[in-house]
Design a protein around this ligand. Structure first.
Ligand code: MSP
Length: 641
């Protein structure tokens, strides 16, 4: 029986529609699951929605509806977004489902019966958005590090899970199983949390105050809904299908760093108390920032994944997300970066290999794939590169190095393009005696494309299926097919078609961004940067001769009301400078003033008077002018550098 693999996303709160951050984790787990399926493993992929709690109830109230109607609607929005993003989940769980509630109640009762849940009074700083208490030390400048808002002091009689009891045990688990939380930086963060008492975890709320939750089985006056409810989804889905034995030992949780403590501390201790084994890995990724800032509704920089899918296609969007984030670290989203990535890797490198291959097969072989002819070292070298990739890609993916997995495949695609240039099939085609060699090159290209389509299938399932259809070999694939080098057999008819990944017009995109930036700039946005001129080298700047001058006379221009004809003393020389500053300065203000003169400017006639230089002035946005000068007197003619 195939080895099981069980992957989960966080279950998302239903108080807002999905954004690029939710989409990223879900696409990531989709890709991880698809690679494992491709490698033949028995995969279960779970996602879902987290529907209880105070903030959901408040959101429903704000929307003027009941909590149930509200969560039904938003949960459906998540599902339909995942459908549009091509997410092939096996199960979707909602915490309001009876099958989940039954498991939560059963586990609660068990932990209560063994004495690990106690009743008590607690006061502390609570962030409603995180739905948890914070210690003073965890706060940043007195605010919640996730939401930047001040938590409120709360004091309530609640039930508490005796989490602190399990602290030594959890430390030992992390010491003996260093891979449990990865990458290592997050494991270290959790170890640091465990150096000091973690306290007991409040798991209930009085029903009178917050009715929107699961009733405690031994006390109907209290509901649990916070993390004790949410985290158990990973287990309850399996139990409700009788699949826990099969999949639980293979559990891979994927989350972002915002919910590290609940997953790295609450969850393992809960599992221990419930007598359940630990998950296999907790995989923690960083945050997508938008142009280096945290996404937030109030800043107005929330990126909606479906808008990008409309513009670039789903598969290109998925590819970008995985290629441009290093797992564990934050990444900054910029649409131009996405467009450039699509152009460079997909439209150019991969698109080029496909266009060349199909084009040459059409031109030289009537669109039909030939048998291999005699093979040379170059043909074998390219085959060897691809043959090594299935293992390498799977290793990268299992180590969470998605970016490197994709970079490795794209490096092979570039190698294939170089191979075509080096083998120059257009030259081989000129000599009838080399027809066998030409066959080899054409067939090698077809196999390289097929292999690429398999290796990238989990990331771009729709486009890669289209690619195989173009090669005339549609159908299911297995990771090993990428190394087979015999999957596009002699006689297969290839098909030309539209570009798999249309090239994005970067100039047009930049133009829309300039318009957009002004029009939609949110109130809190940072000021627009200066409109810089093209960068120049120091040598270019050194060509400008600037000198200190003193204005000795200001006369009316014979032909222009707005111009002064200035006499400027440069020490050994006197210059006439025509200057358009009459609206800003009187003759009295100017005479005797020290100015900076561009002394080597080619003379120019301005309305009939020759000007031998220019004086420097600054103007602000309101149109106020100020002459550039010196902060202490220097002799006329001194050079400004
Ligand atoms: N409901 C809880 C999770 C319970 S799991 C037992 C919750 N929900 S959430 O809707 O706030 O989702 C948080 C998760 O969304 C993050 O851990 C991450 O997977 C994803 N992301 C949200 N914003 C993100 C970014 N800006 N960047 C990357 N992922 C982000 O917490």
């Amino acid at each position: 029986m195939a080895e099981p693999y069980y992957a989960t996303t966080p279950i998302f709160y239903v108080n807002a529609a999905p954004h690029i951050g939710h989409a990223y984790t879900t696409i990531l787990v989709d890709v991880a699951s698809r690679y494992q399926r491709l490698a033949g493993r028995d995969v279960r992929f779970l996602t879902g929605t987290d529907e209880h709690g105070e903030k959901i109830a408040k959101a429903a109230e704000a929307a003027g509806t009941t909590p149930q109607a509200y969560v039904d609607e938003v949960s459906a929005q998540f599902r339909s977004a995942w459908d549009e993003l091509g997410i092939a989940y096996d199960a979707f769980i909602r915490t309001t489902e009876p099958r989940h509630q039954a498991v939560v109640q059963e586990v609660l009762q068990r932990v209560y019966d063994q004495g690990d849940i106690i009743y008590g009074e607690y006061g502390g700083l609570y962030c409603v958005k995180c739905e948890r208490y914070y210690t003073e030390k965890e706060l940043e400048d007195g605010t919640c590090p996730q939401h930047g808002i001040a938590p409120e002091y709360r004091s309530e009689a609640n039930y508490f899970f005796r989490m602190e009891t399990y602290r030594p045990w959890l430390r030992e688990q992390l010491e003996t199983n260093p891979d449990l939380i990865r990458p290592e930086g997050y494991r270290n963060e959790v170890l640091a949390m465990l150096r000091e008492p973690i306290g007991d975890l409040s798991i209930s709320r009085p029903k009178a105050r917050v009715p929107w939750g699961i009733p405690l089985p031994w006390d109907e006056e209290h509901v649990t809904y916070v993390w004790f409810d949410a985290l158990l989804n990973y287990w309850s889905d399996l139990v409700s299908h009788g699949l826990e034995e099969r999949y639980w030992p293979a559990a891979e949780h994927f989350i972002a760093k915002d919910i590290l403590k609940p997953h790295g501390v609450f969850w393992p201790t809960m599992l221990k108390a419930a007598g359940l084994p630990l998950f296999r890995h907790l995989n923690v990724h960083g945050y997508w920032l938008v142009e280096d800032r945290k996404m937030s509704k109030s800043v107005g920089n929330v990126v909606r994944p479906l808008d990008l899918v409309d513009r670039y296609g789903n598969d290109a969007f998925r590819y970008f997300l995985l290629r441009d984030m290093r797992f564990g670290l934050d990444a900054s989203f910029h649409e131009l970066g996405l467009a450039e990535r699509v152009n460079a890797d997909l439209a150019n490198d991969l698109g080029n290999l496909l266009a060349r291959t199909v084009g040459m097969l059409g031109k030289y072989r009537g669109g039909v794939v030939p048998a291999f002819g005699p093979r040379e070292d170059a043909d074998r070298a390219l085959q060897a590169t691809f043959a090594a990739l299935p293992d390498a890609v799977l290793r990268h993916v299992e180590a969470l190095h998605y970016d490197e997995a994709l970079a490795a495949v794209m490096a092979a695609v570039s190698e294939a393009n170089r191979y075509v240039s080096d083998r120059a099939p257009w030259e081989l085609a000129k000599e009838a005696a080399r027809a066998g060699e030409l066959d080899t090159v054409l067939r090698t290209c077809a196999e390289a494309l097929y292999a690429t389509s398999v290796l990238l299938d989990p990331v771009m399932p729709e486009r890669m299926a289209t690619l195989r259809a173009r090669l005339g070999v549609p159908g299911d694939v297995h990771l090993d097919d990428a190394a087979a080098w015999d999957r596009v057999p002699e006689g297969t008819r290839v098909e030309a078609g539209e570009a798999l990944f249309p090239r994005v017009d970067l100039e047009a995109l930049k133009a829309t961004m300039e318009v957009g930036d002004g029009a939609d700039a949110p109130a809190e946005a940072v000021e627009a940067p200066l409109p810089h001129k093209p960068e120049i080298a120091i040598d270019d700047f050194a060509k400008v001769e600037l000198r200190v001058g003193t204005i000795t006379a200001a006369e009316d221009h014979p032909n222009a009301d707005r111009l002064w004809v200035l006499t400027v003393d440069l020490g050994p020389e006197t210059r006439t400078v025509v200057s358009g500053i009459k609206a800003h300065y009187t003759a009295e203000q100017l005479v005797g003033t020290t100015v900076i003169v561009v002394a080597n400017l080619a003379p120019a006639k301005l309305r009939g008077v020759t000007s031998q230089g220019m004086i420097l002035a600054a103007e602000d946005a309101e149109g106020t002018l100020s002459l550039a000068g010196l902060d202490r007197p220097l002799a006329p003619g001194s050079e400004v550098r």
